[in-house]
Design a protein around this ligand. Structure first.
Ligand SMILES: Cc1cc2nc3c(=O)[nH]c(=O)nc-3n(C[C@H](O)[C@H](O)[C@H](O)COP(=O)(O)OP(=O)(O)OC[C@H]3O[C@@H](n4cnc5c(N)ncnc54)[C@H](O)[C@@H]3O)c2cc1C
Length: 328
């Protein structure tokens, strides 16, 4: 394996979605030698019309936001590499990061590898992704007000999703696609109390035009007019690298972090949807910023302690004018 970099980077950021890009902007502006490695599969690319990101009242596509973010990263000097990180391990210098092309060393490591929403096990539903099939109420419920909404799921969360959706539409049903209900008696009671129709059969067909849902057909032939489907189950946390380093994760697979976005492993940080933070673009960007600021502070304290800042200052003193200019 080729050594990508003989130098030890200050920071390597893995993942170039909202958390990673935001962190790289902060690290570049903090004059850190930062390398961002991204395999290019941000979930944001699934969203053609982001309506809840601050500063874009007319909406903006996820692709556009990412492209702007990459430009901003480049503007402030952090390097972006399109590659996939295959392995990470502890190293005397900090961390060894191995990609499909090379290996790199860094003093600190930030994982911003996100999650993937797994589409439900419904035949032919994929073309509807992002157009009429969604995963996130906060992202997409506002845009489907008044539509005929189906919630896909069979647990407490699905019931609560259906109840929460009543603020947006009076036509809300729950579909389990044949999965046995796992919700509590209380949640089952709410379904009855709020008169939310339950379709427990398997879905045999999705009727859509260019991804715009029109109806769901159930085994046995029953066909129900449906404009929108929300899936509340099926998240895959990209925590493999965190696990390689022994970072703690919760039962769902979310990597645990403290208030500075540091994991249970010293020097290893995590941000964005990989963590228990609410999986929203603006939250991921904010958490990336928190992680970058904490890393920068950590490196600063280390450099003070080890005399590195002092040596840098010596160079300034010997090679530059360092005294303020007296004008009068
Ligand atoms: C259909 C859909 C619609 C959405 N709409 C909205 C919306 O309107 N508003 C909103 O706020 N949020 C929305 N979201 C959620 C939003 O996409 C996420 O909150 C956001 O992308 C999270 O940012 P992140 O940086 O944590 O992860 P991501 O943006 O997913 O980025 C993770 C990055 O890490 C990279 N990566 C992973 N593993 C590796 C590896 N081993 N090596 C290198 N790179 C790696 C991936 O390729 C990816 O680029 C939507 C999500 C979906 C699925």
């Amino acid at each position: 394996m080729a050594q990508g970099d003989s130098a030890v980077r200050d920071v390597i950021v893995v993942g170039g979605g909202f958390a990673g890009l935001s962190a790289a902007i902060y690290l570049g502006r903090a004059k850190r030698d930062a390398l961002l490695i991204d395999s290019g599969h941000s979930m944001a690319t699934w969203e053609p019309d982001v309506q809840n990101y601050l500063g874009f009242p007319e909406g903006i596509s996820g692709d556009d936001l990412l492209a702007r973010g990459r430009l901003q990263v480049a503007h402030y000097g952090a390097e972006i590499l399109q590659d996939e990180v295959l392995a990470v391990s502890p190293h005397a210098a900090g961390f060894l990061v191995t990609t499909s092309q090379a290996s790199h060393l860094a003093r600190r490591l930030l994982l911003a590898t996100g999650i993937t929403h797994v589409p439900p096990d419904i035949p032919e539903v994929k073309p509807c992704l992002g157009t009429s099939m969604f995963f996130c109420k906060d992202c997409d419920a506002f845009r489907v007000q008044g539509k005929r909404i189906a919630i896909f799921g069979h647990n407490d969360e699905a019931v609560e999703y259906a109840l929460g959706m009543l603020y947006y539409s009076s036509t809300v049903m729950l579909v389990t696609n044949g999965h046995p209900p796992m919700w509590s008696d209380t949640h089952g009671g709410w379904l009855t109390e709020y008169e939310i129709p339950l379709c427990a059969g398997r879905i045999s067909e999705v009727d859509h035009v260019d991804g715009q849902l029109r109806a769901l057909t159930f085994e046995g032939g029953r066909r129900i007019a449906t404009d929108v489907l929300f899936a509340v189950q099926g998240e895959l946390y990209h925590n493999r690298l965190a696990r390689m380093l022994g970072a703690e994760a919760d039962a769902e697979g979310q990597v645990r972090v403290d208030m500075n976005a540091e994991t249970s492993v010293k020097g290893l940080y995590a941000a964005g949807c990989l963590t228990p933070a609410n999986c929203q673009m603006i939250v991921a960007a904010g958490q990336g910023a928190i992680a970058a600021q904490a890393i920068n502070r950590d490196l600063f304290e280390e450099e003070l302690r080890l005399g590195k800042l002092r040596r840098m200052r010596d160079v300034q003193i010997t090679q530059h004018d360092t005294l303020p200019e007296l004008l009068d």
